[in-house]
Design a protein around this ligand. Structure first.
Ligand code: HEM
Length: 116
């Protein structure tokens, strides 16, 4: 099922974490995907980590930290940060692809007036 808005995205990440038996409660960024506003998530940086690491680049999943984190790519190979969720278990390729499709579609939020 395709992710069509931010609430779907938030539920998908939280549900996947629960299925994996993973929890970011004790991470420095906590469960930021479920607590941040849509604007803070799509335009801002990772809370508790850095004021420069932007969470996502809408329209460009491959360059988005959120996707690189889940794949263990870019700055998430272990020298800067570990693959996320830190310590695993990790999201499957299919689960990551669902999230990537939403980001590549410019993070639609179900608001026709905004063209999403
Ligand atoms: C988007 C960029 C992200 C950055 C920069 C980031 C950074 C970090 C850092 C610095 C830590 C603490 C050090 C460590 O445990 O390695 C951490 C821990 C963690 N992160 Fe992330 N993270 C990101 C995304 C994510 C995502 C998308 C998830 C899951 C969906 C996630 C889940 C976790 C978990 C489960 C921990 C360990 C918490 C614990 O110690 O119990 N992170 N993250």
């Amino acid at each position: 099922m395709a992710i069509s808005n931010y609430a779907d995205f938030q539920a998908f990440v939280s549900d996947t974490m629960a299925k994996l038996g993973a929890d970011a409660e004790f991470a420095p960024h906590e469960r930021f995907w479920s607590t941040l506003s849509y604007d803070a998530f799509t335009q801002g940086t990772v809370p508790g980590i850095s004021e420069t690491v932007r969470i996502v680049t809408p329209g460009d999943a491959a360059r988005s930290a959120f996707i690189q984190a889940l794949k263990g790519e870019g700055m998430f190979t272990g020298s800067d940060f570990r693959r996320m969720p830190a310590g695993g278990p990790f999201f499957s390729d299919e689960q990551i692809a669902e999230i990537a499709a939403w980001i590549d579609a410019f993070c639609p939020n179900g608001d026709p007036a905004a063209g999403a």
